[in-house]
Design a protein around this ligand. Sequence first.
Ligand code: IPD
Ligand code: CA
Ligand code: CA
Length: 279
Amino acid sequence: MIFVTDPQIRLESDQLSSIPLQTARIAARAAGEILKSYYHNGVQMRSKGGPDLVSDADLSAERCIVREIQSAFPTHTILGEEETSGNASAEHLWIVDPLDGTTNFAHHIPHFAVSIGYYHQGVAQCGVVWNPIREDWFEAVRGQGAYHNGVRMAVGSETRLSDVLIGIGFYYDRGAMMEATLMGVRDCFRQNIHGVRRFGTASLDLAHVALGYYGAYFEYQLSPWDFAAGRLLVEEAGGKVTTCHGLEVPLNQKTSVLASNSILHEAMLPVISPYAPSP
Ligand code: IPD
Ligand code: CA
Ligand code: CA
């Protein structure tokens, strides 16, 4: 296994059995090496429009992941953020964010990740989220649990909003969506939450719910590649993921996302749904 050199040490995740997971692991590791190299050596960032950035790091990492998946599963469909526009309703679908947290990457903050999720008939089967700088490895297989560096994760058991931190995210919008998010955050504070965190990488925010760091996380506009893998981490750690209106998250369009330890889901929905975009 990946993090432990001593073969005597067995990780809880050693028991995971999933053929697509093996491919996701190989692809995420390889893409992580590419990101690490650009991160340490520098790369020119370009604007995709406003503050939304892209670079050769994003593109090279996506191409690498696509190559790995295609060589293992030539008939499967891939939907990637940058240049791989597979059909989201395909039976066998891989959803890829080669560099989640590009803004952090651009500012040399080591909080970003490769995110790869595999879906069969619209249902998440396995997912990997990998921060190659901090060496944080998250993975989950449907029905087999979610793991952080080989150790099984479980969401928190808090029952009151006043006891938890809420993770949030802002889309790149500088208008209505930003204002709406601020209103949602304000109303969370009015519920006397313990605090708000915004670290800037949706896949890792979801991992933080799975780890129990956050009681809940929400964002009013995410794309499927932002949450495809992270949502399975949360679900397999015992949490719940829906839109901010409590509906199933769609894979074929941008959507709001609420992830929680499950217990707090019902308490969060009335606080944040009034400002969320229509389902
Ligand atoms: C972004 C990050 C960020 C979230 C944005 C995403 P990117 O992804 O996940 O945390 O707030 O909505 O678009 O652009 O860095 O891949
Ligand atoms: Ca992203
Ligand atoms: Ca990205």
